[in-house]
Write a protein that binds this ligand. Structure first.
Ligand SMILES: Cc1ncc(COP(=O)(O)O)c(C=O)c1O
Length: 426
């Protein structure tokens, strides 16, 4: 570890979490917003689906308005019936739990491992029962889970593995892209993920029958987002890019906070979803204009992920105790959508980072985004490690706007508060 003397400019910079969008992407987004042609449906959708599948190294990609819709579609395509059990890790996001509950299936919460924040497979095995059907393997923060063990466990017990790759576009396991291991995988291009289409989801699979069933779900059951809403996503795309410039973000964030819920932009999850209720027109497709932004972002994915890895390496090098959460071993090459750090006192760490990092912390609850975890069937105290991490994590940004000297500066702010990821034993 060295020491940095921050320039005044470094000390003034503020980062939102974001994908790797550019000014040229914003021009494309606004161009679509100003037209009627090919705004909602059009040829960029099959293109984005094909490019995405090729990137993961599988045959099929099927797009949706959000990852949660793709996951919900997958559960239907797999004939997951009411009462069937779907094993998911804590912490996870409320919308993942909702997709299971909207099908009438039962989410079974499995604790995570302290060093990776990924599913504890021994705990998963202990929780299996006669109705267990699906094992969701979430690659949290872009750190790959142990897929060798997960696939072996699933094989032994006849479970379907679905990969939650919402954080992990660009990660690899044994040199192979994450998302190509399970029966299927779902990804997100919500604005704070590795690539952004403001909101968006993609399911990938090599299974022709499953892809056929998903395609039917997409075409028959999912509605197009109305043009006016699509335009709001596109305007938000450009506004988010402009207002989160590190040198302007602090002022923008202040104004945004003042506006509160009156801000005109669509939100990633609505109040119904936060309460575990199903929102109206949940089953929705991705628009052509957003797919076009996705095609553009995928072309730059290697540079995007390469940058995130370099910034994560600076954090790991500069922080004590080997840095934040990370891969279990060399089979795993994370893409780090954010860099998770375990701290002694989150309030203190957030106060130190506050002027420099804006946005939600992942994860500050076992069911992220829930108005109350009780509404999601999470049994209190059932996942002690997840509860510990949910009380002690802060996230550092890794995206293209974060320069090496910014990373050094941010690391130095939290370094005195870093503690081991292990929950204390009494
Ligand atoms: C682990 C995880 N899975 C799934 C989702 C849902 O993704 P989407 O917003 O595209 O539905 C999220 C959202 O942040 C998430 O954190």
């Amino acid at each position: 570890m060295g020491t940095t003397t921050p320039t005044a400019r470094t000390a003034r910079r503020t980062f939102a979490m974001m994908g790797g969008s550019t000014a040229a992407d914003c021009a494309v987004a606004l161009g679509y917003a100003a037209t009627r042609s090919r705004l909602v449906s059009g040829p960029a959708i099959p293109r984005f689906e094909a490019d995405f599948a090729a990137r993961i190294g599988v045959r099929h990609g099927v797009s949706f308005a959000a990852a949660r819709v793709g996951f919900y579609g997958l559960l239907g395509a797999l004939d997951v019936a009411p009462g069937d059990e779907v094993l998911i890790q804590a912490p996870t996001h409320a919308v993942v739990v909702n997709a299971i509950r909207y099908r009438g299936a039962v989410p079974v919460f499995v604790d995570c491992e302290p060093r990776t924040c990924n599913i504890d497979l021994d705990a998963a095995e202990r929780l299996l029962g006669p109705r267990s059907r699906v094992l969701v393997v979430q690659h949290t923060f872009g750190v790959p889970a142990d897929l060798d063990r997960a696939l072996a466990l699933a094989e032994r017990h006849g479970l379907v593995v679905l990969e939650d790759c919402v954080h992990s576009l660009g990660s690899t396991f044994r040199g192979r892209p994450i998302g190509s291991f399970g029966r299927a995988a779902f990804f997100s291009s919500e604005e704070t993920k590795t690539i952004s289409t403001t909101q968006g989801g993609m399911v990938v699979t090599d299974d022709d029958d499953l892809a056929g069933a998903l395609r039917r779900f997409q075409r028959r059951d999912c509605v197009w987002v109305p043009p006016a809403v699509t335009r709001r996503y596109l305007v938000k795309f450009a506004a988010y890019w402009a207002l989160t410039q590190p040198d302007a973000n602090r002022v923008a964030q202040f104004l945004f906070d003042r506006m509160g819920r009156r801000n005109p932009f669509p939100r990633p999850a609505d109040d119904d979803e936060r309460r575990g209720r199903r929102p109206p027109s949940y089953e929705r497709r991705l628009s052509n204009a957003q797919a076009r932004l996705g095609v553009r972002a995928l072309r730059r994915l290697d540079a995007n992920v390469g940058h995130r890895r370099r910034i994560a390496a600076i954090y790991a090098d500069r922080l004590p105790l080997g840095g934040g959460l990370g891969p279990g071993d060399a089979r795993m090459n994370p893409s780090y959508v954010r860099y998770p750090v375990v701290v002694r006192d989150r309030a203190e760490a957030l106060a130190a980072l506050g002027p420099h990092v804006t946005g939600d912390t992942w994860f500050d609850q076992t069911v992220q985004g829930a108005e109350s975890v009780d509404l999601f069937g999470y049994p209190p105290w059932s996942c002690p490690c997840a509860e510990y991490l949910a009380g002690h994590l802060v996230d550092l940004p890794t995206h293209l706007r974060v320069l090496p000297r910014d990373a050094e500066y941010l690391a130095d702010l939290v370094a005195p508060l870093v503690v081991p990821a292990e929950p204390p034993h009494d």
